[in-house]
Design a protein around this ligand. Structure first.
Ligand code: EPZ
Length: 425
């Protein structure tokens, strides 16, 4: 098992280029199963979750070829409509196969994903939406089987603007009979990216990025060529890390328009941010100021940046409230930040962070992807050495994290845990 070893206190400096967004690429890859012909996808990150999705596509019978960050998927000859349990267990996003397989083949069997460390994460909105589109669903022995001759367009209002449910229902509706109207939907850039990809394949979708999406079903989708949007959460992580270390970095190939809420909070905290098209320059202040945060669906503050932002606030001047309004249990990183000297109290969905003079390096464990990113930010700003276990979580969402940060002058390396001379905390 590898460990990430960070010697803190060095300002991040230099230029980095952002790669494609995992959370945009995953539903797009799932959507390729509806296409006949080859899809050429640019900027698909090389990450563990993407590898699992590709294994699922191969299992279904799709042709998959990778050349660097470009993927070629040919789903013309898919023969299977089930997602096996061992792959489903590896990644919740396997649920994205439900809409596309049902829409194209009239049948799909997936295993039911369990809860996870950030919350229960039920799939009731997905299932309700599929039923309203005409699917007959049977849930038994941990599997969900959906069948339908042909889905029929209808009106669906989500109880909460769930990203995954919005994406799954868009995918189901593009091959349904007639018009589907989806209301109270997620407006995240990743939803818009999926809709844009599907439109290049021949789908008829209007309103992605707004509260209501209208879809007119078509009979076939063809293969297409598409570039995945830059990862706004990775961009945000680098920005927070630069602010935390009094660094000065230049980020290329990003989309600042997707990061309005973070940019505004980082500026409140004293960070200088200049923007020119797809480039940003981020300069951390000598002393960070506290800035209150409340997570919300897009365009609110992203839940995926709540944990890294908490690490930043742990060393800011003053006290901060952070409220997590998207997931009910996304504070698992708090205990590890406290090991590093942070002063944080949690009460339900709210945490109070009292800024301390200095965090100190410690041996800690990542328990989820973004919680792991918080520990990296804390390690970069702390005094002394931080050793982070549980790197498989970080590998799900950050491509070569140590290499990217070393290129920005961080003192960070990935070592075998024996070389690092320790046992699991
Ligand atoms: C997506 O998860 C992202 N994952 C998450 O990224 C992200 O944190 C989240 O959206 C919110 O932005 C991918 O895109 C692959 P939701 P998703 O459905 O779609 C409740 C990361 O670190 N809900 O918008 O699963 C749910 O429990 C991650 O990259 C239901 O109650 O999130 C949560 O409280 C992790 N029933 C809220 O809605 C449902 O059927 C929002 O979840 C569906 C969701």
């Amino acid at each position: 098992m590898d460990v990430l070893e960070i010697r803190g206190g060095r300002p991040l400096e230099g230029t980095t280029r952002v790669y494609g967004a995992k959370n945009a690429a995953l539903p797009i890859l799932a959507a390729t199963v509806m296409t006949e012909g080859t899809c050429e996808l640019f900027e698909v990150p090389n990450l563990e979750d993407i590898h699992v999705m590709l294994d699922i596509l191969r299992h279904l019978g799709a042709g998959v070829k990778r050349l660097g960050q470009t993927l070629y998927i040919d789903a013309s000859h898919i023969t299977k409509t089930d997602v096996p349990l061992h792959l489903m267990r590896k990644m919740r996003s396997s649920i994205f196969l439900m809409g596309p397989l049902l829409a194209r083949f009239g049948e799909v069997t997936v295993s039911k994903p369990g809860g996870c460390v950030i919350g229960q994460r039920p799939i009731d909105y997905h299932l309700r939406g599929m039923r309203l589109l005409g699917a007959v669903i049977q849930e038994q022995h941990g599997t969900v089987n959906c069948v339908s001759n042909r889905l029929k367009g209808t009106s669906i209002t989500l109880d909460f603007p769930s990203v995954g449910a919005t994406e799954n229902l868009i995918m189901a509706a593009v091959l349904a009979d007639g018009e589907t109207v989806l209301e109270n939907v997620a407006r995240e850039p990743e939803v818009v990216d999926l809709a844009n990809f599907l439109k290049t394949c021949g789908a008829q979708i209007e309103g992605a990025g707004e509260d209501t999406i209208r879809i007119r079903g078509v009979h076939h989708l063809k293969g297409s060529t598409y570039r995945v949007i830059p990862d706004r959460i990775v961009t945000g992580t680098w920005m927070i890390a630069a602010a935390a270390t009094q660094g000065s970095i230049h980020i290329e190939g990003c989309e600042p328009l997707h990061l309005g809420a973070l940019i505004s909070k980082l500026r409140d905290a004293g960070t200088k941010i200049d923007i020119d098209g797809d480039q940003m320059w981020v300069r951390g202040p000598k002393q960070l100021k506290a800035a209150e945060i409340r997570t919300a669906p897009y365009p609110g503050f992203p839940t995926d940046l709540q944990a890294p932002m908490m690490a930043l606030m742990a060393a800011a001047h003053g006290s901060t409230f952070i409220r997590e309004d998207v997931f009910e249990a996304r504070f698992k990183h708090v205990g590890e930040l406290i090991r590093m000297g942070a002063d944080i109290r949690v009460d339900g969905r709210t945490s109070l962070i009292r800024g301390v003079e200095q965090l100190s390096g410690a041996e800690v464990e990542a328990t989820d992807l973004r919680g792991g990113a918080a520990l990296v930010v804390a390690g970069l700003l702390a005094e002394g050495t931080t050793k982070i276990h549980g790197l498989h979580h970080l590998d799900r969402g950050y491509q070569q994290l140590d290499t990217y940060l070393r290129d920005l002058q961080a003192d960070i390396r990935r070592v075998e845990s024996e070389e690092a001379g320790m046992s699991m905390p």
